[in-house]
Design a binder for this molecule. Structure first.
Ligand code: AP5
Length: 222
């Protein structure tokens, strides 16, 4: 892995997935989302997917050992040799240390950690209105970027569904989990001078521009 390693940090619903899809078009690196990997396993009904599901539906984190193994295997593949955009991983200090070790084994390191900041109220507003295409994974929002035709994906015509962990009670628990388990990473990456705060409550375009600027500057310095 010789290129840029970006770790997108932020609460659930801060726009990590939406922005990652835009950023990789510019950066040309793969987008690796631990949540998407778990959902893929679940759709294939693998043992890992079925195990992860019991945590995901409750808004809890999947245990570190299986999560680390799954993501490290993914980023060890040849398409990640020139860099990767990580979304949703790491999410605990143990995962962050495991990532550091896995990268160091190849002589690499995290380049930058953009922290997408969004208020709890906004998270709740966004996630309860999120819809996802079951065919191509495109993400919509009934308030901020609705599909042209209700329930139908603009990109591929697939059916839109609501994620089962996007009900208000589970979103609140996911926020609790974020503050308890993931927010310590803010101090961890700040201490390594890798953290860049991004205002996630701006327009989609303004958030993309801030992210690209932050990543570009960090890549130049590294
Ligand atoms: P995961 O899939 O990673 O969920 P998450 O981190 O909670 O993030 P989301 O996918 O909900 O939100 P997002 O930030 O990507 O926002 P989005 O772009 O969709 O994880 C799910 C579960 O898997 C976890 O709870 C856990 O159980 C497990 N898991 C995953 N990784 C793990 C790990 N490392 N360790 C252990 N367990 C793990 O945007 C949200 C909505 O807002 C959309 O509708 C979008 O259109 C809208 N929106 C986005 N940007 C804007 C904007 N600027 N203005 C207005 N609306 C916007």
């Amino acid at each position: 892995m010789s290129g840029t390693v970006v770790v997108l940090l932020g609460p659930p619903g801060s726009g990590k997935g939406t922005q990652a899809k835009r950023l990789v078009e510019v950066l040309g690196t793969p987008h690796v989302s631990s949540g998407d990997l778990f959902r893929h396993h679940l759709s294939q009904e693998t043992e890992l997917g079925l195990m992860a599901h019991s945590y995901m539906e409750d808004g809890e984190l999947v245990p570190d050992d299986v999560t680390v193994e799954m993501v490290v295997e993914r980023i060890s593949r040849p398409d990640c040799e020139d860099g990767v955009l990580l979304d949703g991983f790491p999410r605990t200090l143990n995962q962050a240390e495991a990532l550091k070790k896995a990268l160091a084994n190849r002589g690499h390191q995290v380049t930058v950690v953009p922290l997408i900041q969004v208020s709890d109220d906004e998270v709740l507003r966004r996630l309860t209105a999120r819809r996802v295409c079951e065919a191509c994974g495109a993400v919509y929002n009934l308030v901020f970027n609705p599909p042209q035709e209700e329930g139908v994906c603009d990109v591929c015509g697939g059916d839109l569904y609501q994620r089962e962990d996007d009900d208000p009670e589970t979103v609140n628990h996911r926020l609790y989990t974020y503050y308890k388990e993931t927010s310590p990473l803010i101090g961890y990456y700040f201490a390594q001078d890798l953290l860049v705060e991004i205002d996630g409550e701006q327009s989609f375009k303004a958030v993309s521009e801030d992210l690209l600027r932050a990543i570009g500057e960090a890549a130049k310095e590294s």
